[in-house]
Design a protein around this ligand. Structure first.
Ligand code: GAF
Length: 384
């Protein structure tokens, strides 16, 4: 959907054109998985698949939100916003409206709004369709309500909406990528200080492309494994006497192994080694270019598969097939338990590697994946 078609849909629902259209991208995490809530390092980039929100002001104090992905239209008075008063898909946009108030915004005099949301970020693929909704809505409301919050604060608003309104105990990475990214660059984020550095990726000049393999194995971070991994990390930090696993590095591994049970040790080892891999990836990228980061991507996948145990057979097959067909590097991306794998591949190998992945999935009897390339793109913005 383009800005003009999301405007047309808005007009169909509301009866007049919107005041403006804002958009925010999904993200691929190049490396640094489950490190964000451990106050570690991440290195995601925004993708050229965006969520758009058309917004119009109302004369009352009601937020009314409609989307392309549900026939339901949800209304709530601004004064009734709370994390418990919103549910389903509307928890994302309405959770953001609530969370703005938690970051000091005075919502007592702001007007109601009509919102219409559409998205080209695949849902359930681990490409942060949720952060794309949160970030586009946060940017739009911040502007029309004249709140003047920074993009860094809007990322925290989106995270709070996800944690409290949606109920997923996620970190700050996805919203930061969606709000802070620049074209052709990654966001190197220190999740402790929240210092972010935008670093050119140089994929296109090196004739490299990022191939996504969406396995269609569905994951949900509000339930199950994600929260369990977070709990293991927190237990590991407590047992080792540190505030967070960020306080540990490779030299602490022998002590961690001696003091922790085997499973907790492997969870902790993933975080410690993954933080190091993020630092190594940024350094290697700067010194040698993107063609040299493949081994770090591959090692990250092994760590997620064997130590953190968040991969699934379909992700492993996608990664192994891409590697066997000559990818520079490949790994699952995002929270895991399903979703997508990424492969950094030579542009002229994209079709052959995608075909090999499709064949391998068919031979294994898995549901056909969806394969497509993405380019590192600009963060959230006002389009119209
Ligand atoms: C999900 C979460 F939302 C992020 O905060 C991050 O923890 C990621 O999983 C794993 O790296 O996308």
């Amino acid at each position: 959907m383009t800005a003009s078609s999301v405007s047309q849909e808005f007009e169909k629902h509301v009866g007049h054109p919107p005041l403006g259209v804002w958009s925010a991208p999904g993200r691929v995490n190049l490396i640094g998985e489950h490190t964000d809530y451990n106050e570690g390092f991440v290195f995601p980039f925004a993708i050229d698949r965006r969520t758009e929100v058309a917004l119009g002001l109302r004369s009352d104090r009601v937020i009314r939100v409609a989307t392309a992905f549900s026939p339901e239209v949800v209304e709530i008075a601004i004064d009734d916003l709370s994390p418990d008063a919103v549910e389903g898909w509307s928890a994302y946009p309405l959770g953001v409206a609530w969370a703005l108030g938690e970051f000091g915004a005075d919502l007592s005099g702001v007007p109601g709004v009509d919102l219409y949301i559409d998205s080209k970020v695949p849902v359930g693929a681990g490409l942060s369709s949720s952060a794309a909704i949160e970030s586009s809505v946060a940017l739009a409301l911040d502007e029309v309500w004249g709140l003047g919050l920074s993009r860094e604060t809007l990322a925290r608003v989106g995270q709070l909406a996800e944690n409290r309104a949606v109920g997923a105990p996620t970190g700050i990475m996805d919203q930061s990528a969606s709000l802070l990214a620049h074209a052709d660059a990654g966001v190197f984020l220190d999740c402790r200080s929240l210092d972010a550095e935008v670093i050119p990726l140089g994929f296109a000049p090196a004739d490299l492309a990022v191939l996504i393999v969406d396995t269609h194995v569905e994951h949900a971070h509000a339930t199950g494994g994600y929260a369990a991994r977070r709990a293991s990390c927190e237990a590991g930090a407590r047992a080792l006497g540190v505030d967070s696993l960020r306080d540990l590095d490779i030299d602490d591994l022998p002590r961690a192994e001696a003091e922790l049970d085997d499973e907790t040790f492997r969870r902790v080892r993933h975080i410690i080694t993954e933080n190091q891999r993020v630092l190594d990836t940024v350094r290697t990228l700067r010194l040698e270019g993107p063609g040299a980061i493949g081994a770090l991507l591959d090692a990250s996948h092994v760590s997620m598969r064997d130590d953190f145990e968040i991969s699934v057979p379909q992700l492993d097959l996608a990664v192994e097939t891409a590697q066997a067909e000559g990818a520079v590097g490949a790994r699952m991306t995002g929270g895991g338990f399903g979703g997508a794998a990424i492969a950094l591949v030579a542009v002229d190998r994209v079709d052959a590697i995608a075909a090999a992945v499709h064949e391998a999935f068919a031979a294994a009897g898995y549901r056909a994946p969806t394969t497509f390339t993405v380019s590192p793109s600009e963060g959230a913005r006002r389009d119209v």
